[in-house]
Design a protein around this ligand. Structure first.
Ligand code: 8YV
Length: 362
């Protein structure tokens, strides 16, 4: 492909250079440094490219794509995509993709790591030991935690990650209850050994409440003061889903008052600045949004983002594996071709990228 027709791809969150290398033979790839960017900066960065790979801290909305008649795909490095204004992208004719499936098992592993750490006070114990406070044998009744095996696990949000967590619960002889917008079919419920209940029953019955639901405006503060009040005294809350699903101030209060025994959080309302009260509490395990951070999983997520880019830009045959708004691609494929109206097919035919189906008016 001549330089004039080579697409330009901008990677706003840098990752594994060896995965990017093959793309450099067919496209100009610009990898940016890792840092927070505001809307104006993102707008400028995305103006001169045909596709961009972004991360969850990049909010891509109407302002970011304003005046951008060139970009065809925003590939999100994450399964959750609440950082993307999907309706705005769709209106502008820009495809968006995410990274589903490849992280299910890894995130489910991590969910259990958090659950166990919170139940058995691992963070607190480690901080204490490192601080040199282990100077005499522990009292026999020190460091008592919450029992995991045989307990009831309540899963709020029973998508593919929720189901992977439920399957693991069998290894701990836990009984599993779940609540979800729609009930699973019998075969899946059976595979997960999970029983469907309403949300209030879930909150009241769970010894461990695991949050795995996607963030939407409706799910904002799905767990707030009144939900925490329904939870069993001595229960444990785990959030691996999204900040904002839990009212962090209300949770800090419930933990402080020992309304519930403990919590473990990988996500926060204000990342990267967890609620200051949470930082002061010993009965909460905190981690910096790393549930999918194993080497194979992060590589698979990166590869999936690259596969979406290659397919949408016509550098690989077949449909992109995980586009969130496929209508945009259908519309682009159906559009009559004109010099200032290039569809995704153009690049596969070696045409120069320019104005396209993604202008704000299309
Ligand atoms: C992040 C996640 O992508 O996939 C998601 O939705 O929240 C995580 O896998 C990852 O932590 C990078 O921010």
């Amino acid at each position: 492909m001549s330089t004039a027709t080579r697409p330009r791809i901008r990677i706003v969150r840098p990752f594994f250079a060896d995965l990017i290398a093959p793309l450099r033979t067919e496209a100009d790839v610009v990898v940016e440094a890792e840092r927070a960017r505001d809307s104006a900066e993102l707008n400028t960065l995305l103006l001169d490219c045909d596709a961009a790979i972004v991360g969850l801290s990049d909010r891509i909305d109407a302002a970011v794509i304003a005046g951008n008649a060139r970009i065809r795909l925003i590939a999100n490095l994450g399964v959750g995509h609440n950082n993307l204004d999907l309706p705005a992208l769709t209106r502008a004719g820009i495809a968006a993709s995410n990274t589903p499936e490849v992280l299910n098992e890894s995130v489910a592993d991590y969910a259990f790591a958090l659950l166990l750490a919170a139940a058995r006070r691992l963070g607190e114990a480690e901080r204490w030991l490192r601080a040199g406070q282990w100077q005499a044998p522990n009292r026999f009744d020190d460091w008592l935690g919450v029992e995991v095996h045989g307990a009831t696990l309540g899963i709020l949000g029973m998508g593919r990650i929720g189901q992977a967590i439920a399957r693991r619960a069998a290894g701990f002889s836990m009984s599993v209850l779940y609540h979800n917008r729609s009930r699973l079919d019998t075969a899946r419920e059976h595979a997960c050994r999970a029983r469907y209940v309403d949300k209030a029953t879930l909150l009241r019955a769970a010894d461990f409440l695991m949050l795995v639901l996607p963030y939407t405006e409706q799910n904002r503060h799905a767990i707030g003061a009144s939900e925490l009040a329904l939870m069993k005294p001595g229960s444990v809350l785990v959030n691996i889903a999204r900040g904002g699903i839990v009212d962090d101030a209300a949770l800090a209060e419930a933990l402080h008052a020992r309304r519930i025994a403990a919590a473990a959080l990988d996500v926060f309302e204000d990342e990267p600045a967890p609620h200051p009260r949470l930082l002061m509490l010993d009965n909460v395990v905190l981690s910096p949004h790393i549930a999918s951070a194993s080497t194979p999983t992060r590589r698979a997520m990166a590869q999936l983002a690259l596969d979406n880019v290659r397919a949408v830009l016509g550098l690989a045959p077949g449909p992109p594996p995980s586009v969130l708004n496929p209508d945009v691609l259908d519309r682009a494929a159906r559009k009559p071709q004109g010099p200032s109206d290039k569809s995704i097919l153009d690049l596969s035919e070696g045409a120069e990228s320019g104005t396209g189906p993604n202008s704000a008016t299309s």
